[in-house]
Design a protein around this ligand. Structure first.
Ligand code: AHM
Ligand code: MG
Length: 339
């Protein structure tokens, strides 16, 4: 395979996309640079004193670890100066991050989960950065965006992707024209095209869910998971259970090899009535990627990309993965809607 860098790929494909501009390329290039810097820190996390808790609690009431803060600050620092954004939102910040008046603005809105799966950092397990990009409809409006510009359906995203800090660092992204994966060659410092036109298998042999919540789930959810463990006409053996606990890592494995990931609502646990995952920075971008790769994503009732979020940190149940496995799952969760 010829060695195509992510920048070359972007430029080649820019022509195909009516919304693609030099500013969009700049935005992705800044994200890529941020991810390289985060990679460097993640890779030495076991060596230097960046591990452990900072003692602060983030807006979700969770304890913030140092590397989350670092990734968040790198992304904000680079992106607010890039001249391409009118607003930014992060899992780590309660409110919209306005672009300071001293910096030029653009029309893009960036939403990030700076370091997803951060509870895995101190045991050297894969973590990732998830990003979602929207564009403000009015090209001539250069003011800061407000919340109504950001609370948009996932189907309005112009791009989405993630960086997976794994055995290698990978970037996977879509602009609505397929899904492409790049692997960071640390020797040359470039992301090289390694997975062009990713299509997820229509069926997989894996289900990923934190089954310790079984007793909190309603009956249809339990049945959907039981079906994955039970031989079916199309599958003689039960599916294998695989759960890293880093959404990006679980999603990425299933994207490449087929399978489903579930984070249902906990019907009997008042702490998580909508599950744990956030619509804007986790569910919507991964749903965009999954659909572009031929898969499906729902909250159990609705297509994820059709949901209109009401708040910045809204949580949503997530069922996502291979198309035929998802169709079976949706039929169990919601038989009337799928008959
Ligand atoms: P985080 O963004 O604070 O790291 O939390 C989200 C993570 C996901 O990566 C993962 O799928 C999920 O939390 C695991 O949660 P649980 O421990 O409840 O299974
Ligand atoms: Mg996360």
């Amino acid at each position: 395979m010829p060695q195509i860098t992510v920048t070359e790929h972007l430029l080649l494909h820019q022509k195909e996309s009516p919304m693609a501009t030099g500013k969009f390329t700049r935005l992705l290039n800044e994200l890529i640079l941020s991810a390289k810097i985060i990679t460097r820190e993640v890779n030495k996390a076991g060596l230097v004193d960046v591990l452990g808790f900072t003692g602060e609690i983030n807006v979700q009431g969770e304890q913030v670890r140092k590397l989350d803060e670092y990734a968040n600050s790198i992304l904000i620092h680079r992106m607010e100066r890039a001249g391409v954004l009118c607003a930014m939102a992060s899992e780590e910040n309660a409110d919209l991050i306005d672009i300071p008046p001293t910096f030029p603005k653009g029309n893009y809105i960036l939403i990030v989960d700076p370091l997803d799966g951060s509870s895995n950092i101190d045991v050297n397990i894969n973590v990732g950065t998830i990003f979602s990009i929207y564009r403000r409809p009015d090209d001539n409006d250069h003011s800061c965006a407000d919340l109504s510009d950001v609370l948009r359906k996932g189907s309005e995203q112009v791009a989405a992707g993630y960086f997976l800090y794994g055995t290698s660092t990978m970037m996977v992204y879509t602009t609505g024209k397929g899904v492409h994966g790049f692997t960071l060659d640390p020797g040359v410092g470039e992301f090289l095209l390694s997975h062009p036109d990713i299509m997820t298998p229509p069926r997989g042999n894996v289900y990923s869910v934190n089954e310790s919540y079984w007793n909190y789930w309603d009956e249809p959810t339990q049945q959907a998971i039981m079906a994955m463990k039970t031989p079916q006409p199309h599958r003689r053996k039960p599916c294998s259970a695989r759960y890293v606990g880093s959404l990006v890592a679980d999603f990425h494995r299933n994207l490449l090899t087929g399978g489903v990931f579930f984070y249902p609502k906990d019907s009997l646990d008042p702490k998580k009535p909508h599950g744990k995952l956030r619509y804007l920075c986790e569910a919507a971008p991964l749903a965009f990627i999954c659909e572009q790769a031929g898969g499906m994503a729902t909250d159990g009732e609705k297509r994820i990309l059709d949901i209109e979020p009401q708040t910045l940190h809204e949580r949503v149940p997530l069922f996502i993965g291979s198309r035929d496995d998802m169709l079976d799952t949706m039929h169990i969760l919601n038989p009337e809607a799928t008959d």
